[in-house]
Design a protein around this ligand. Structure first.
Ligand code: GLA
Length: 388
C-alpha cells in the first residue's frame, strides 16, 4: 500500500538548509512553508463567485531563499534537475517554463505589487504530491512568497498574507497561464490548524470552520491519473460558466437560480451551470453538518456533489468514480472527488476503525481493474503558510 507521510517540518527545513548551502555555497536566510489543500465541497465555484470549503494539508512545499544584490533570480528544486535563472524582469509572463514558472512568477508578481526585491537564490522541496489535485502549484507559489517576503523584511501579518494570496494568484493565472479561481492560494495562506476555511468569493470573506471529526479520518486518495490545469478541460468549463452567466444576464453564476438555469438553451451549458448553482448551495450545509458532526447530511451532500461533477460538470473519471464508490461500500461516511478534476484525488470521511479497510478495498479494486496503484494520505486540517 502506498501511504504518504507529511514529514516533520523542522527536519525537512533543516535538510533543505543543508542542501541550499551545498548548492549555492551560502546559507539560506529564510525557509517558507506552504501547504497543499483538499477541498471538502464547492468545486469550480470559486471563479463563479461562489463558496468553497477547503482545508490545508499537513503535506507542504518548503522554499529556502537567500537575497542577491544583482537583481538576478536562480530557482532550483530537490525534485527536478532543471534550474531556471534570469532577471526579475524575465520572471514575468512569457519567461520561465515548467515548474519554475510558478516560483519565479511569484517574484515578478510581488515586485508588481510594490515589494522591493533585490533578487534571490531559491531551492524548493515539494512534499505535496504532484498532479494529484492537491494544489502543489499553489503550495510552491506561497512557500516562495513567504520566504521572499521575509528577505524583504516584511512580517507575515494580515496585510502581508492578503498580498501573498493576490501575488500568487497573479503568478498562476498571468505567468503560468492556468485560468484558476483563487481557492488554492487562499487556503494555503489563510488556513488555521484544526479548521477548514469557508470562503465566499463574492465578498472575498473567509472564516475558519472547526470540524467535529471525533472518531473520523479525512482520507485522501490520489488516483495517480494525471491532472493538468493548463490543459483545455478546465478552461472549457470556465468558458461554459461564463457563457451561462452571459445568457442569463448576470455578472456571475452566483447571482443565478436553478429555475433560470433550467431555461438555458444549450444542453451542455445548462448542465455546467446546474452543477455550479447546486454545488454552491451545498457548501454552507456541509460546513454546518461537519461542525455539528451530522454524518447523514455529509453522506447525502457528498454523494450529490460527486454525481453532479460526474454527470453535469463532467470532470470525473473511472478511477475517481471507483475510489468514491468503493470508499462508501467499505464504510466511509461520505466520499467525493476533490479539486479541479480530470483525475487527481478523492476525499472520504471514514470512521477511524475503517480506514485500513477502505484503503485496502480501493487498492484491490484498482488492481482488479488494471488502474495505477493509488496513494493515500490523511488530511489533518493544518495551518496555512509560514516561516520554519
Ligand atoms: C483547481 C483550481 C481552483 C478551483 C478548483 C476546483 O484547484 O486551482 O481555483 O477552481 O480547481 O474547485
Amino acid at each position: 500500500m502506498t501511504y504518504l507521510e507529511p514529514g516533520r517540518p523542522d527536519q525537512i527545513a533543516a535538510d533543505l538548509r543543508g542542501a541550499f548551502q551545498q548548492r549555492y555555497g551560502a546559507a539560506a536566510a529564510a525557509v517558507g512553508r506552504a501547504p497543499g489543500r483538499v477541498n471538502l465541497i464547492g468545486e469550480h465555484t470559486d471563479y463563479n463567485r461562489g463558496l468553497v470549503l477547503p482545508l490545508a494539508l499537513p503535506h507542504a512545499t518548503y522554499a529556502a531563499a537567500a537575497p542577491r544584490t544583482d537583481g538576478r533570480v536562480r530557482v532550483a528544486s530537490l525534485q527536478d534537475d532543471s534550474v531556471w535563472e534570469g532577471t526579475l524582469d524575465e520572471a514575468g509572463p512569457g519567461g520561465p517554463r515548467g515548474w519554475a514558472t510558478y516560483a519565479a512568477g511569484v517574484l515578478w508578481a510581488l515586485r508588481e505589487a510594490g515589494v522591493d526585491l533585490p533578487g534571490a537564490d531559491l531551492l524548493v522541496d515539494g512534499r505535496v504530491p504532484l498532479g494529484a489535485g492537491l494544489s502543489s502549484s499553489a503550495a510552491l507559489e506561497c512557500s516562495v512568497a513567504v520566504a521572499v517576503l521575509a528577505l524583504a523584511g516584511r512580517d507575515l501579518d494580515a496585510g502581508a498574507r492578503r498580498l501573498v494570496v493576490d501575488a500568487c494568484i497573479r503568478a498562476e493565472t498571468e505567468v503560468a497561464g492556468a485560468p484558476t479561481g483563487g481557492m488554492d492560494q487562499t487556503v494555503a495562506v489563510l488556513a488555521e490548524e484544526g479548521a477548514a476555511l469557508l470562503v465566499d468569493f463574492d465578498t472575498d470573506e473567509s472564516r475558519p470552520v472547526h470540524l467535529d471529526l471525533a472518531g473520523l479520518t479525512l482520507l485522501v486518495t490520489d488516483t495517480r491519473v494525471s491532472h493538468e490545469l493548463i490543459d483545455g478541460g478546465y478552461a472549457a468549463r470556465r468558458a461554459d460558466c461564463e457563457a451561462a452567466a452571459a445568457e442569463l444576464g448576470v455578472p456571475s453564476l452566483r447571482q443565478a437560480d436553478l429555475e433560470s438555469v433550467e431555461r438555458i438553451g444549450d444542453e451542455r451549458v445548462r448542465r455546467r451551470a446546474r452543477h455550479i448553482v447546486t454545488e454552491t448551495d451545498r457548501v454552507q450545509p456541509v460546513a454546518d453538518a461537519l461542525a455539528a458532526g451530522d454524518r447523514d447530511t455529509v453522506e447525502r451532500l457528498f454523494a450529490l456533489s460527486h454525481a453532479s461533477m460526474r454527470d453535469d460538470f463532467e470532470i470525473s473519471c473511472d478511477e475517481l468514480d471507483a475510489a468514491v464508490a468503493v470508499a462508501v461500500e467499505a464504510g466511509a461516511v461520505g466520499a467525493r472527488m476533490t479539486g479541479g478534476g480530470f483525475g487527481g484525488s478523492s476525499v472520504a470521511i471514514v470512521p477511524d476503525e475503517r480506514v485500513e479497510a477502505v484503503m485496502r478495498a480501493i487498492d484491490t479494486e484498482f488492481a482488479l481493474r488494471g488502474f495505477a496503484t493509488p496513494a493515500h494520505l490523511r488530511a489533518e486540517p493544518s495551518a496555512g503558510a509560514g516561516l520554519v
